[in-house]
Design a protein around this ligand. Structure first.
Ligand SMILES: Cc1cc2nc3c(=O)[nH]c(=O)nc-3n(C[C@H](O)[C@H](O)[C@H](O)COP(=O)(O)O)c2cc1C
Length: 334
């Protein structure tokens, strides 16, 4: 508990999305904290080149957690210690990834169905760390017959885990169905370490509602932040207004409509991404962000097709500039 500051809103780990440029932008526009995407503990211990790129941080290391995945308690503990030695103050273990390739190796959400190994992992990693916090990111269970988040939470609390990020879907659900936020509320009531809400938080109003209902310590934006790094600022403003009993809707609405400001942020993110990854990889990495950003504007379908077909950074910048001068109307539905 002492090892982490309580965060209001966090950028979730997302493979292929939360590289250095996007994390930097999210922190600049209000995220209290962010995570690297999941990094193989084995790859990290072998100084794998791709792995080193994933954990690049600038001055923001104090606000960046590293997320490790693996299945072996000793290897995870060694990797966690190495991360702490490199300056990471928060080390998270992935216990939610549903992807077959990962689950097959006993990592990600496979850890949830083996409580003995779960305990060994948290105990080994905890004892390998001195000052850094240990957090875990979990789902509600492996499948509908093994929903065991409460048991997991209680063992975690006893073993010195500092916080839990909770995506309340089973592994079998993958991303289907709806996140069951009632489970977050239960976990929060059942244990005494911070619990953060994840799952289907696509907008500021989702985040306010879920925070209020679950009483979670904070919220984690994932898909809702792709192409919308300002969602953190909007959320912080909305919470302030909420606290002061001012209705947040009109203010959020007007920020939502402040398109020029957002296009400038997207241009900045495009530039940072192409600088970091090089132009060729950069414009592929920026595409999901632009695609999401352009959703919700009436008549923007053609622009999304143009983004998909774009081959250079300049083409992408041109598309954003066309968008800026065209005054598309935001309807939230297109
Ligand atoms: C493209 C993508 C990549 C993801 N990669 C990771 C990951 O590396 N580690 C992790 O713990 N969760 C990962 N997640 C899960 C998210 O962190 C989050 O828990 C999940 O998307 C639910 O939140 P949402 O419904 O608000 O998107 C990923 C999700 C997406 C969409």
């Amino acid at each position: 508990m002492d090892k982490i500051n309580l965060w209001q809103c966090i950028l979730a780990p997302m493979a292929g999305i939360t590289g250095f440029p996007f994390r930097k932008t999210a922190l600049k526009y209000g995220a209290d904290f962010c995570f690297t995407e999941m990094i193989s503990a084995v790859g990290f211990l072998h100084n794998d080149k791709g792995t080193l790129e994933l954990l690049k941080t600038g001055n923001d290391i104090a606000k960046t957690g590293i997320q490790l995945f693996g299945s072996d308690p000793d290897i995870l503990a060694q990797a966690a210690k190495k991360a702490a030695d490199k300056g990471f103050k928060v080390i998270d273990i992935n216990m939610g990834c549903p992807v077959k390739k990962v689950v097959k190796t006993g990592a990600g959400s496979a850890i949830l169905k083996d409580l003995k190994r779960f305990s060994l992992i948290v105990e080994s990693v905890r004892s390998a760390l001195k000052d850094s916090a240990l957090t875990i990111k979990i789902r509600s269970g492996f499948d509908e017959n093994s929903v065991n988040f409460m048991e997991i939470g209680k063992i975690a609390e006893k073993s010195g885990v500092d916080a839990i990020f909770f995506h309340p879907r089973t592994r079998s659900l993958m991303f289907g169905g709806a996140a069951d936020h009632a489970l977050i509320k239960k976990l929060k009531e059942g244990i005494n370490i911070p619990v953060y809400a994840s799952g289907d938080i696509f907008s500021v109003s989702d985040a306010l509602r879920i925070k209020d209902y679950t009483r979670a310590d904070g919220v984690m934006f994932a898909r809702g932040a792709i192409g919308r790094p300002w969602i953190f600022t909007e959320y912080i403003c909305a919470r302030l207004l909420d606290k002061n009993k001012v209705c947040a809707e009109p203010v959020i609405d007007s920020i939502e409509r402040n398109i020029d400001y957002k296009i400038d942020i997207m241009l900045e993110l495009t530039g940072e991404t192409c600088l970091f990854y090089g132009k060729e990889r950069g414009y592929n990495i920026i595409k999901p962000h632009l695609y999401n950003f352009l959703k919700g504007f009436k008549g923007s379908k053609n622009l999304r097709i143009m983004v998909n077909n774009a081959k250079t950074e300049n083409e992408i910048k041109d598309i954003l500039n066309i968008f800026k001068t065209s005054r598309y109307e935001y309807t939230g539905t297109n």
